[in-house]
Design a protein around this ligand. Sequence first.
Ligand code: SF4
Length: 472
Amino acid sequence: MTTTKKTTQKKTRRPRSRPPGAGTVGLIHLGCPKNQVDSEEMLAALAQDGWVLVGDPGDADVLVVNTCGFIEAAKQESIAAIRGALRQKRNGRCRGVVVAGCYAQRYAQEIARDYPDVDAVIGVGHNASLPRFVRAALEGERPVVAPKPCARWDGSGARLLTTPPWTAYIRIGEGCDHRCSFCAIPGIRGPWRSRPPELVLDEVRMMVDNGLKEAVLIAQDTTLYGKDWGREGGGWTLAKLVREIGRIEGLRWQRIMYAHPGRITPEIIELFGDVGNLAAYIDLPFQHGDDAVLKKMLRPGSARRYLDLLGRLRERDAGVAVRSTFLVGFPGETDAAFERTCAFLEQAQLDHAGVFVYSREDGTAAYDLGDGPPADVARERAARLMEIQAGISARRLASLAGREIDVLVEQKSRKGVWLGRSERDAPGVDGTVTLMARRARPGEIVRARVTGTSTHDMVARVDDEPADNSAD
Ligand code: SF4
């Protein structure tokens, strides 16, 4: 589960031909990288249908709001975006507002009832057919489409990347079979279905031909890969897929995100150090450090088993960077349970961690457990965990001073100064590297020496560049 929220401003792109009836369309994107891939598929489908994509909502004939809706904060953000789009419709040139994505899937009827000016409500899994619904809406129909998600992989269409060409999120599956008691996602996205390996591999190969350097593997739980195919499915697992992606020439990094710590097999651990392009990085959402709370969350595992897993990973590759997420304020999280989570964080010595406050969601098993600790207590706990983690992150980064690292150059800051990321930093959620180099090119990976560190970021320089030790 992730909570990165952002609004994507699209550059105008004109398709070669424009079928009658198509106009300009703007897409407002909220949510996590999985939703971002949905947005990219929607944009490609709309462009193929002849729509001109615009970045300024004021220039759009149609606004599509691709929403997020797994916790209260995300829902409020989605509602604000819908209201903003409806204001454009009242006051500007916009003729149609389409609400899509997770919030639309979860509350389709409520949106249709509460916002009569919304022209279409389209849940998840309809990216390729979005243009059909947009046209129907403009012709006076009011499609409200949110059936239960398909139980099998039902295809993925072309994408119009919203990331730079050297980095892309690669979706390897959809839905989730876990029943974590706090999580609404299985109800929204349906059961787990793996994306066929030939589709994954073809997509990565095609992107590498177009300059891709970093493939970020995503799904609700990437370790579920192949589970739905059983023995007849060719023995596909996450480990097998990563090894196959490892054979793609020209791909410098692949990165494993959202890997359920209760499902890390010895085969996954063996990938580190074995697969040349696998980044020394893994995202393991532990969620809590108290066994009783983990049990109530219906998360298999325990603090001891998670620490043991970290030990085995680091034994395999001492340099592997670990990201995790934690959820505080869950029902039954006593002071003592929270203190055990603080102690777990100290023992785990993670590189990056995000902390979220529990949100009581209808349709989840935890809903019946009632509220957690008071909101101010939960917020204080989140702040304390973040403070502990900040100290750990800073110390771990400081230990890299003087070492050589690979830096993916992303943009020029000023003459001789560039911004980028290291292998230990996933896009959008982790740190950055300020790179001193006379010459560099966005999209290239260069070798540089770490000259300074802060809590999350590094400064590095290509040898023979003047040193600068400030990471802030
Ligand atoms: S693993 Fe748990 S938290 Fe993650 S999407 Fe599945 S049910 Fe939700």
